[in-house]
Design a protein around this ligand. Structure first.
Ligand SMILES: C[S@@+](CC[C@H](N)C(=O)[O-])C[C@H]1O[C@@H](n2cnc3c(N)ncnc32)[C@H](O)[C@@H]1O
Length: 306
């Protein structure tokens, strides 16, 4: 995904090799991550795809099945990974993730602390933001979850940018070795206010914190705790509206067939009484908000160390 070595660096112009992770794209809501393995096949409703046919093609290629069906092979960016990863927890999605990275001012070289790791959705984007010289230290108290996240970061080529620790951050805080070193800290914990005193210790002067909470009561409690050591405390809710834009047959014009103004392509039909009806169908590009738009995910509270 974002390996550190120059050869593999995010120039997705490179071609697909045996062992690469690719995102098999059918359509925007139907994708899956596949590790290319010569000799293996992918079977779906479009037929059977041989991995060996994929090797040597550039990322973004359209590849065909034995039945002539096709899929696209996309590079596994953090944006796509967030859509295909296996959900072991609730995760952060692109709208919140992009806002977090921007507002926390995360740039290459930053040292970022995170808890909990969960499914590693945010961690993956944090890693790309700090690459190639920064590092993300992420902690979860759930041993198995931390292990699965580690496996995922290995698979996506990010393990050199991320360290996963098993630790109860609400109970013990972040490890002392990071005292005064963190540029930013991100919390996605059920009781974030318990970790805030430790966050204040970990941050560099002027460092930034973000806490994600689904409920406003959690936000209120966190903000109360933040007053002591933090300034510029602000809470946001990011609501994303997706639009469907596509060509549609818009309407039909009916006339008696004698209207000389009708210059559009039309169909003329004779009625039983001998008169004529002309109908015209107009195609137009329609735009409307998607019905299934995602609503509330959570509140993002940001603060800066005083
Ligand atoms: C909602 S998930 C985080 C999802 C993550 N932000 C993502 O985008 O994939 C919350 C995680 O916090 C962890 N957690 C809960 N309490 C914790 C604690 N006291 N210390 C460390 N991790 C904790 C849980 O095990 C869970 O994996």
């Amino acid at each position: 995904m974002l390996a550190n070595d120059l050869e593999k660096r995010i120039s997705f112009k490179r071609s697909i090799s045996n062992g690469d992770l690719v995102i098999v794209y059918e359509k925007h809501d139907s994708m899956k991550a596949v590790t290319v393995s010569e000799g293996s096949v992918l079977q779906n409703r479009f037929g059977v795809f041989k991995h060996s046919d994929w090797i040597g093609n550039p990322f973004g290629s359209k590849v065909f099945s034995n039945k002539g069906g096709f899929v696209y092979l996309l590079a596994p960016t953090p944006e796509l990974w967030t859509l295909v990863l296996s959900h072991r927890t609730q995760i952060l999605y692109i709208a919140d993730i992009s806002f977090v990275i921007m507002y926390l001012e995360i740039v290459p070289g930053c040292l970022v602390l995170e808890s909990g790791t969960g499914s590693g959705s945010l961690t993956t984007s944090l890693a790309r933001a700090v690459a190639p010289t920064g590092h993300v230290y992420t902690f979860d108290f759930h041993d198995q979850r931390a292990g699965s996240a580690r496996d995922d970061f290995e698979r996506t080529g990010l393990s050199s940018l991320i360290s996963v620790g098993v630790r109860d951050i609400q109970g013990e805080g972040f490890p002392d070795e990071f005292t005064g070193l963190a540029d930013s800290v991100f919390l996605d914990l059920p009781q974030p206010w318990l970790a805030i005193p430790s966050v204040a210790k970990m941050l560099k002067q002027d460092g930034t914190l973000c806490s994600f909470s689904p409920c406003i009561e959690q936000v209120q409690r966190s903000c109360e705790t933040l007053q002591t050591c933090f300034t510029d405390i602000r809470t946001f809710e990011v609501l994303l509206r997706t639009y469907e834009v596509r060509e549609e047959k818009m309407g039909t014009f009916h006339g008696d067939g004698n209207d000389s103004n009708v210059s559009l392509p039309c169909k003329r039909r004779q009625c039983s009484d001998g008169s004529y009806v002309v109908s015209t169908t107009i195609s137009s590009v329609m735009a409307r908000p998607c019905g299934e738009a995602r609503g509330h995910t959570g509140y993002l509270t940001f603060a800066r160390l005083k």
